[in-house]
Design a protein around this ligand. Structure first.
Ligand code: NAD
Ligand code: 0WE
Length: 258
C-alpha cells in the first residue's frame, strides 16, 4: 500500500491549478502526507494570495515564499522546517524558467545571461534545495524533480531549457550518489507535454500535444494526476530500492524511434 502518513512533504512550483506541482501535492495529500508549500513571491503578493487559496483544502502546515535564486529565502525555508516540523521526508522540485526569447529561434543565439538564468533556476536550484533538505532529512528521505525529453533529445525551440534539463538529470545522479549514504533517494520524472502556465506560454505546444496523441503508444497525453501518482510512488517505501533514476511518465512516447 502506498502510505505517506507521518511524512512531511515540501512541494515547490505550484503557480495555479494546472501546475504539475499541484497534481503532485494533491496525490501526496491523498496518500496521507503532511504538506508544506512554497511559492514564488512577487511585488504585489498575487501568487501568495492565489496559491494560498488554491492549496487551502490540503491544510498546508507550512506556506512560505521561496525564490530559488535567493539564498536567504532558501535557508529560511529549511530553518522553518527544522523549527516547525523537526524533520523533512519529501522534497518536490517542480520549477523551471528560461527567458522567453531563449525558447524560440536559434539556440546559437542564446545569451550568456539567458543561459545562466535558465541553468540557475532550472538546474542549480535542485542542488541548492537538496543541500538544505539534507540538514532536515534526518530519518532519510526522497527528493523528486521534474524533467523533460528535451534534456536528452533535441526538441525544436526547447533550446536552452534542454541544456538545463540535461544538467538537472545529471545533478539527480550526482545527488543520488552523494545523499544515498544518508538514505536520501533522488529521482526525476520525465513528463510528456501537459498544458500548464509554463507550457502554454510556448508557441506550438498544442501541435506537440497533438503529435503525442497521434504517435505515443497510449495515444494520449498524460495528466497532472498521473505524474502526481508516479511522484507519490517515488516518495514512498514502495520505491525504497530506486535512486538516481529518470522515470518516464509520457504515455510511452520516449521509446518510439519512428
Ligand atoms: P508551472 O508554470 O505551473 O510551474 C513552473 C513553476 O516554476 C511556477 O510555479 C513558478 O512560480 C516556478 N518558478 C519559476 N521561477 C522560479 C524561481 N526563481 N523560484 C521559485 N519558483 C520559480 O508549469 P509546469 O509545467 O507545471 O512546470 C513544472 C515543472 O515541470 C518544470 O520543471 C517543467 O520543466 C516540468 N515539465 C513540464 C512539462 C509540461 O509539458 N508542462 C513537461 C515535462 C516537465
Ligand atoms: O519545461 C517546460 C517549460 C519550461 C519553461 C516555459 C516558459 C514559458 C514562459 C521555462 N521558462 C519559460 N519562460 C517563459 O517566459 N516544458 C517541458 C514545457 C515545454 O516548453 C517548451 C516545450 C515544452 C513541452 C518549449 C519549447 C518546446 C517545447
Amino acid at each position: 500500500m502506498l502510505d505517506l502518513t507521518g511524512k512531511n512533504a515540501l512541494v515547490t512550483g505550484i503557480a495555479n491549478n494546472k501546475s504539475i506541482a499541484w497534481g503532485i501535492a494533491q496525490q501526496l495529500h491523498a496518500a496521507g502526507a503532511n504538506i508544506g508549500v512554497t511559492y514564488l513571491p512577487d511585488d504585489k503578493g498575487r501568487f501568495e494570495k492565489k496559491v494560498g487559496e488554491l492549496v487551502a483544502p490540503l491544510n498546508p502546515s507550512l506556506f512560505l515564499p521561496c525564490n530559488v535564486q535567493d539564498d536567504a529565502q532558501v535557508d529560511q525555508v529549511f530553518e522553518t522546517i527544522q523549527k516547525d516540523w523537526g524533520k523533512l521526508d519529501i522534497l518536490i522540485h517542480c520549477l523551471a524558467f528560461a527567458n522567453r526569447e531563449d525558447l524560440t529561434g536559434d539556440f546559437s543565439d542564446t545569451s550568456r545571461d539567458g543561459f545562466n538564468t535558465a541553468l540557475d533556476i532550472s538546474a542549480y536550484s535542485l542542488t541548492r534545495l537538496a543541500r538544505g533538505a539534507k540538514t532536515v532529512m534526518t530519518e532519510g528521505g526522497a527528493i523528486v524533480t521534474l524533467t523533460y525529453l528535451g534534456g536528452v533529445k533535441v526538441i525544436p525551440n526547447y533550446n536552452v531549457m534542454g541544456v538545463a534539463k540535461s544538467a538537472l538529470e545529471m545533478s539527480v545522479r550526482y545527488l543520488a550518489a552523494d545523499l544515498g549514504p544518508s538514505n536520501i533517494r533522488v529521482n526525476a520524472i520525465s513528463a510528456g507535454p501537459i498544458r500548464t502556465l509554463a507550457s502554454s506560454a510556448v508557441g506550438g505546444i498544442l501541435d506537440m500535444i497533438h503529435h503525442v496523441e497521434a504517435t505515443a503508444p497510449l495515444r494520449r497525453t498524460v495528466t497532472q494526476k498521473e505524474v502526481g501518482n508516479a511522484a507519490a510512488f517515488l516518495c514512498s517505501d514502495l520505491s525504497s530500492g530506486i535512486t538516481g533514476q529518470v522515470l518516464y511518465v509520457d504515455s510511452g512516447y520516449e521509446i518510439m524511434g519512428m
